[in-house]
Design a protein around this ligand. Structure first.
Ligand code: MG
Length: 269
């Protein structure tokens, strides 16, 4: 092979993502008493199917019933979502669970008490970002309590342009980071992620000492997976095979709902 073409091949190889390892399904039933289990659940793409717009999303009633039954059996259940806390709570009603919203920038431990652990969005830069987003058809900007999300699920071909726009914003806001989620580029302060949220929730009296199981469907959930694993727990990734540190996977929201329901048989014993 000539030197030039070998270099070209190496360049190509260098750009190929490492092979995706297929993760096995979780055991049909966890062999764990409910008072030892702490579930940390993402919402969109995990408990609720992804919809064209976030406001169309619903967590199926059966899933909420299952979570309620798990909770009543003694399992600790928490939601850890990228959505603002108020939306997380509304999606799970009438279920009341400790929850982290905005990727851990907001945490609500018990009824009536929530904390905000993040800096405010730098409003001065919002206009430029809003302008940029409005020039990309199908892309919209969502202002969250502690983050800015550029959604492009209705314009998949705009992904690179959205990334460029986000990076321009990032260059002017030190201390912020860009996280690529499911059809969304999200800007938020560093040091606030789902892993940090999981760790904080695990310090609560009703969670401490339990076996943490983190469940989620996208890149932002990997931080929660890492912390759950570091604490001796495990993780389940929901969705088509992808790079993940989760030891287990399930193919979709429906299979996860059935698996969660199957755990009731274990905890009822
Ligand atoms: Mg999700």
């Amino acid at each position: 092979m000539q030197e030039k073409s070998r270099r070209d091949v190496q360049t190509l190889i260098g750009k190929v993502d490492p092979p995706v390892k297929l993760r096995p399904a979780p055991p049909q039933r966890l062999r764990l008493p409910p008072h030892r289990l702490a579930l940390f659940l993402d919402v969109d793409g995990t408990l609720a199917p992804i919809t064209a717009r976030p406001e169309f999303t619903r967590v199926p009633l059966d899933t909420r019933r299952t979570l309620h039954a798990l909770q009543r059996s003694g399992a600790a259940v928490a939601a850890v979502s990228g959505r603002p806390l108020t939306q997380v709570r509304r999606l799970l009603l009438p279920l009341e669970v400790p929850a982290a919203g905005s990727h851990g920038a907001q945490i609500r431990f018990t009824a009536g008490r929530s904390i905000r652990v993040s800096r405010r969005v730098p409003y001065g830069l919002l206009d430029a970002l809003q302008d940029g987003a409005s020039r990309l058809p199908g892309v919209w900007l969502e202002r969250k309590p502690a983050a800015l999300a550029l959604h492009w699920r209705q314009a998949p071909s705009r992904r690179d342009e959205v990334r460029q726009l986000a990076e321009q914003f990032l260059a002017q806001t030190p201390g912020w980071q860009l996280i690529e989620g499911h059809c969304v580029h999200e800007l938020r302060p560093r040091g606030r992620d789902k892993g940090v949220a999981l760790k904080r929730l695990m310090r609560r009296p009703d969670f401490v000492g339990r076996w943490p199981l983190a469940i989620g469907d996208d890149r932002t959930d990997e931080d929660a997976f890492a912390v759950a694993l570091a604490l001796g727990g495990s993780a389940i990734r929901v969705g088509a095979p992808a790079q993940t540190i989760a030891p287990w996977s399930v193919p979709n929201v429906e299979v996860l709902a059935a698996w969660l329901h199957a755990q009731l048989d274990t905890v009822r014993r």
